[in-house]
Design a protein around this ligand. Sequence first.
Ligand code: CTP
Ligand code: MG
Length: 397
Amino acid sequence: MGKVGGIILAAGKGERMGSPLNKVYLPLGDDPVIVHSLRVFENSSMVSTYVIAAAKSELSYCRTLLSSYSLPKLAGIVPGGDIRQESVAAGLKALPEDCELVVVHDGARPLLTKEVLEGGLQRAQLSGAVVVAVPAKDTIKLVEGEKIKATPERSSLWLAQTPQIFRRTLLQEALDAARASGYQGTDDASVVERLGHRVDIYPGCYNNIKITTPEDINIARALMGMPVTESPEPLVRTGLGYDVHPFEQGRPLYLGGVRIPEETGLMGHSDGDVLLHALIDACLGAAGLPDIGHYFPSSDPRWEGASSLALLSITQRILAGEGYRLVQLDLVVAAQKPRLAPYIEQIRSLIAAVLGIPVTSVGLKATTTEGLGFVGRGEGIACWAIAAVQKQKKPSL
Ligand code: CTP
Ligand code: MG
């Protein structure tokens, strides 16, 4: 069998998580969920390369976030589709031609082990189609409305996880056939099975959970040996940040990571998000670190057009590396226009999600300057931020 290529799926909506930030980017310890999911692919010598399918609207976030990691096997980040199969198909198209075996893995499964991945790959090299799965522990009921219709024999029920591994030609054929007939499966094997092809089970591990609903983050933390609830240290340090950006015609306006429609955007090397830049400086200042320009210099092409929301996530990791944890933020945005009140809650919850802190710990107010000064003349937007951090008892895991 030829080379093995991975497709990591991250293009879903994460509806069941109900978070303003896609679940695959939520912090799990010091790194976002998806980074944990990628590690096994980076560390397995059986995998040559892999691609990520990300939501179109999150491509910039994903690219910027991952640019701060060393991921030598990452061959590309491509826009996924509205349904899982279309995301798989987009990933498959982007995989180098010489990948004969394809392994599909959920970006939302951060606990896959190298043993399971490589065991599954070895099995697939023989049989051409393998699903990692675990035997059902609970009895499973077939239900219609509230009425039980049937109780399938438990001993023959397995719970399908990922990785799911297929010969490339087989997966391509199955995806084409599913698309042609409008079939939608909830996993990748089902499109192959319906062609009448044999697909084998490879016994996986119960720990390989999929981050799906809010409690899964704490379950994953526990499985990874991290404290589920953190006990804060008493010492609090604070930092202050201030930033100003002028308006620039023709650019989209981003404030606090939220795209404000139909408004003139701000000048800047990155996305010009003045609010997040002030916040990043406040966070760095609280930890006694140099300013935003030190970590994300505008001379570095990596940060050109960067998503400032992802820069905030990277900043949190820089702080964690110094042993600091963010506890509370407060921001004031001075803008004569646009009116920001309709966006305040969205911005607060997005920042809280990126940083993994409660939304009640993110303060945000907007004000005009009653027509005074450069803000009042509508030339630009200014923002002040303060951040409070605490030293963690132990360095973060
Ligand atoms: N996925 C994808 N493209 C889609 C749908 C899902 O790449 N059109 C990815 C998700 O990002 C996730 C994995 O497939 O990593 C598993 O899917 P699921 O747990 O269902 O994630 P979501 O679809 O994001 O969540 P939900 O169903 O709750 O909206
Ligand atoms: Mg889904």
